[in-house]
Write a protein that binds this ligand. Sequence first.
Ligand code: ATP
Ligand code: MG
Length: 328
Amino acid sequence: MKTVLSGIQPSGLLTIGNYIGAIKNFVELQNEYNCYFMVVDLHAITVAQDPAALREASESVAALYLAAGLDPSKANIFLQSHVPQHAELGWIMTTLASMGELERMTQFKDKSAGKENVGAGLFVYPALMAADILMYNADVVPVGDDQKQHLELTRDLAARFNHRFGEFFTLPEPYIPEVGARIMSLDDGTKKMSKSNPNTGSYIALLDPPSVIRKKISRATTDSGREVQYDPANKPEVSNLMTIYSQFSGLSLAEVADKFEGQMYGTFKKDLAEVVVAGLEPLQQRYQEIRQTGEVRDILRQGAQNAQAAAEKILTGVKDKMGFLPKG
Ligand code: ATP
Ligand code: MG
């Protein structure tokens, strides 16, 4: 059976971008693959996190995985920091990556732009991500479009390791949705929606109450035109709202365009808000139930136990190939 791995950082409140670009696919893939879905807390600390907020977000992301439909009897759900092998293989991958490769990563450029103090962890982030994926010899990695470059680097590092030390790692394939791989910010159609954006109006969080969702959508930037038309080059904001509509309604983009032909942006936005509110309601309800049962911690413990057994095997193989002297 093929293996799938992916993760989300507990660096803020999960957004509909995370849901459409990643979690929706996790839920589909769990039925056919051997799955590892992590909450990547070691990645989250590449930018400063408040300890209490990190702890809460870690549990909240895991609960949202469950609320979205991930089933712990089908998929391993765990925290990255509960499987210390990630940090160890991460270090090894850092030694295989070159400075030039890491400098070319657009996520690093975006996240470090204009900052005076840029942590070294942010720079080596892609090496840890490569370790996460290679740790389980994942065949398929469901991610949004913004992670494509990191996936390519992972493949390069795996190939480099295999070339230097002998065939060992599987070269993973990205699994990127055709529609919704890059949901854009509500306040800027040229930037992707991100949970760590300090402007909370730029994203819709999965747990935003209906009144907040309505307000955010009504305030979302549009253009000076009037046509609800899918044209990402010339109408990025409207096209983004149409993509969200399509994802939450199940209508194709063409059907969304037909439905709102000749209508004002205001009418379209009102309808969109209701579609999103209704779409998120069952997930929000399940989330509350899951948090109340307290089951998340047990699920994470079990997930980490399974993952650690698999990870230890790969790491032992890696160290053997590289020439680390066993303890004996
Ligand atoms: P941060 O701002 O902290 O980087 P993020 O919203 O980018 O948060 P990540 O934890 O970095 O979220 O990414 C989790 C997953 O969600 C990845 O697979 C990523 O590609 C996907 N993703 C993130 N943002 C979007 C988006 N706007 N549209 C589609 N997929 C997205
Ligand atoms: Mg991100």
